[in-house]
Design a protein around this ligand. Structure first.
Ligand code: SF4
Length: 701
């Protein structure tokens, strides 16, 4: 017989996982002193009350018994619990000693796109003012780097979506380039399904069939690494068929003639060979997109996490600009952000080359403005440091000897992961803030307990560029502190308390507003009061009377001349790419599955999610698998120039025969990032996760 619920508590919160940032409620029920939990969706403008399987089970990791609940210090290879004051004193001593002997820049900071805007802002200030180091970067470099750089260079501003999600159902043609939204951002899918119901023609670009490509009218199953060529091919046909918007090109863009000359000189036959997509299919896709009155292009990691990812983004944006499909209803661009605060975390100064408000660290005016906000001299503001992966190279070269890592797991998420792990082991001092003993935390000298999404107040900026307030709702376990408080506490013991006197996340946000004012990501008009009443505001919002910006670029682009820039990019750039060889005959591409998030540190703690995908796997076409002596469901060894992993072999009749796929949510010998090379996109320093040359063999013992 069902027992009566004696007490029910409801906690309003926001999903900690992907960039949709779905609003939700944790329901805690008590029956005879036993508590049970469930999470349900809550209405909001972006996800409209929907949740996916990850959101429904997010409380399982937040309430997990393995949470780190007090500071830990490693003594004789064992972690020992200590008080906060003891841990902070050890951090003070180790970072101060390193900076005295090795220089200020020897201590580095590695941040995250899963933390709040306030924490991202504070971490940037902590590095530059608290530690006075130039070395700060974050894991978003590995995620959104190419989209951010491509959009900034083309439009002069980088907000993931140029339109709200509510325009998607009304557009006439959609290109989904390297994005598996059905698994990565499931609650956005109904907008695309509605578009299809309304008659939109959907084109998917992906080397394999996914839950997303299934809704497409046309699936261009291109060879990994051929996206620049494919986009150039599409534009070539659009030009040949005279599907251009010449008025738009002439008045709103620069650079078209160079692009036209370049793509017109390309041979379609050669593009078909490079991409593995037939000439007919390229023509069909180009005609469909070019002839419709409205259209949208969405890109994601599939085309961006490549050594020419920035070029690929710019080439797809060329198509939008040439057809005039931006800055007007139902037409625009969407970079589908992966991480929870992938948008906001890249706007407030966590990047090595950037100050808050998307200001440049090299621009004298920008430097002076931020120095004023921070109450320091411009000359004391450090210069540009190196990017996320390059910090590990600096460790190897003994230029960086101390590191502070907040809410990130670089040992698993970086390319050349064996090298990254070895580099972290070389540090004189490694301090990690995390909720769990991740593979990275295990290497630390000091681990500080991070708060979960249920306990941590702050704003997050979702996939649309909508700033949303996530109030802290649940009590913190043990001695856990808010991440922003941890940053302030460390700054205080380093003697910089006068710059970090905040008593709440809202106080930090008030300073962030000012720091962003007049910048490219202007949050000045957004306040906590407004966010409580308005359910999120889209930036730019320069004034408290401004309702926020739903559609970008209606009048002008953000470059000084008001025009968008088109970039001509050859199909054969001089960027070195992994290529198939006799030794490494297959192309490896990586990605995600619906039940896991990033390195899996949180989702693997959730029994309901872990059960859906308990281990890593490799998808391979059965014909290819049999050629290499593989058997379905047995173990396979995958080897690249960088390393070796062993995972389960899964047949897929729909993947290209020259390609294998492995998701990246697992660690150690199942960590596919061990196979990815250390080469970086020269424009944005993004690693080439989506293309590696590998060989496969059966594991026989
Ligand atoms: Fe929403 Fe993304 Fe969380 Fe799923 S993972 S509930 S889509 S925020």
């Amino acid at each position: 017989k069902q027992q009566k619920v004696q007490k029910e508590k409801v906690y309003d919160t926001q999903c900690p996982y992907c960039s949709m940032q779905c609003k939700m409620q944790l329901i805690e029920q008590t029956v005879v002193s036993r508590k049970s939990y469930k999470t349900i969706g809550k209405d909001n403008p972006t996800s409209e009350g929907r949740l996916c399987i990850k959101g429904m089970n997010a409380h399982q990791h937040a309430l997990h018994q393995d949470r780190i609940k007090q500071p830990l210090v490693k003594i004789n290879d064992q972690f020992v619990p200590v008080s906060w004051s003891e841990a902070l004193e050890k951090i003070r001593k180790s970072f101060t000693d390193i900076q005295k002997t090795d220089g200020l820049d020897a201590v580095s900071v590695y941040g995250s796109a899963s933390i709040t805007n306030e924490e991202a802002y504070l971490l940037g200030k902590f590095a530059r003012v608290g530690l006075q180091t130039k070395h700060i970067d974050y894991n978003g470099r590995l995620c959104m780097g190419a989209a951010a750089t491509g959009a900034n260079q083309t439009f002069g501003i980088d907000r993931g979506f140029t339109n709200t999600v509510h325009e998607i159902p009304h557009t006439r043609c959609i290109i989904l380039a390297g994005t598996n939204i059905a698994e990565c951002q499931p609650t956005i899918m109904p907008y695309f399904e509605k578009a299809k119901e309304n008659g939109a023609y959907i084109i998917a670009i992906d080397p394999r069939e996914t839950a997303t490509t299934k809704i497409a009218d046309l699936h261009l199953k291109n060879k990994p690494g051929s996206d620049v060529a494919l986009a150039n091919g599409l534009l070539k046909i659009i030009i040949e068929k005279n599907l251009l918007d010449e008025g738009f090109i002439n008045t709103r863009t620069t650079g078209f003639e160079e692009v036209k000359d370049l793509v017109s000189s390309l041979e379609l036959k050669e593009i078909a060979e490079l991409t593995g997509v037939s000439e007919d299919q390229i023509s069909q896709a180009a005609s469909a997109f070019g002839q419709e009155e409205s259209g949208m292009i969405f890109t994601a990691r599939g085309i961006e996490q490549q050594l020419d990812g920035t070029n690929a983004v710019r080439c797809f944006l060329n198509i939008l600009l040439a057809t005039g499909k931006i800055g007007k209803p139902y037409s625009g661009y969407g970079a589908v952000t992966g991480q929870g605060n992938g948008q906001g975390a890249r706007e407030h100064g966590q990047k090595s080359d950037q100050l808050p408000g998307y200001r440049s660290i090299e621009n004298p005016e920008h430097r002076s403005y931020i120095a004023d906000v921070w109450g320091i001299e411009e000359k004391d503001l450090p210069r540009k440091g190196v990017s996320a992966y390059e910090m590990f190279e600096k460790i190897d070269e003994n230029e960086i000897t101390g590191m502070f890592i907040m809410c990130s797991n670089p040992v698993v998420s970086n390319p050349n992961a064996n090298f990254v792990k070895a580099a972290l082991k070389k540090l004189k001092s490694l301090v990690v803030v995390d909720m769990f003993m991740s593979e990275t935390a295990k290497l630390a000298d000091i681990v500080l307990p991070a708060s979960s999404y249920l306990e941590d107040e702050g704003t997050m900026t979702n996939v649309e560029g909508r700033v949303m307030l996530r109030e802290a709702s649940y009590p913190m376990p043990g001695e856990v502190r808010n991440d922003w408080k941890i940053i302030c506490d460390i700054a205080s013991v380093l003697g910089k308390e006068q710059y970090f006197t905040y008593t709440s996340a809202e106080e930090i946000f008030e300073e962030l507003r000012l720091a962003s004012r007049g910048g490219r990501a202007d949050y000045y008009g957004i306040t906590y009061d407004r966010l409580r009443k308005e359910q999120g505001i889209l930036w730019p919002c320069p004034d408290t009377t401004d309702k926020g910006t739903e559609r970008l670029f209606e009048e002008s682009f953000a470059h000084d001349d008001g025009k968008a820039k088109m970039f001509a990019t050859s199909n054969k750039s001089d960027i070195p790419k992994p290529i198939q060889s006799e030794k490494f005959p297959l192309l490896l591409t990586t990605g995600r599955v619906m039940s896991h998030y990033l390195t899996g540190e949180q989702t693997r703690k959730s029994p309901s999610l872990a059960a859906r995908n308990i281990e890593a796997f490799m998808e391979i076409h059965p014909d290819t698998g049999k050629t290499y002596g593989l058997k379905e469901n047995e173990l396979v060894q995958i080897e690249s120039q960088q390393g070796v992993i062993i995972v389960r072999c899964v047949w897929s009749n729909t993947i290209r025969k020259d390609t294998v796929f492995v998701p990246f949510h697992w660690t150690e010998t199942q960590n596919v990032n061990r196979l990815v090379s250390n080469e970086l996109d020269p424009h944005c320093k993004m690693p080439g996760f989506k293309v590696s040359a590998v060989k496969v063999s059966a594991v026989t013992s």
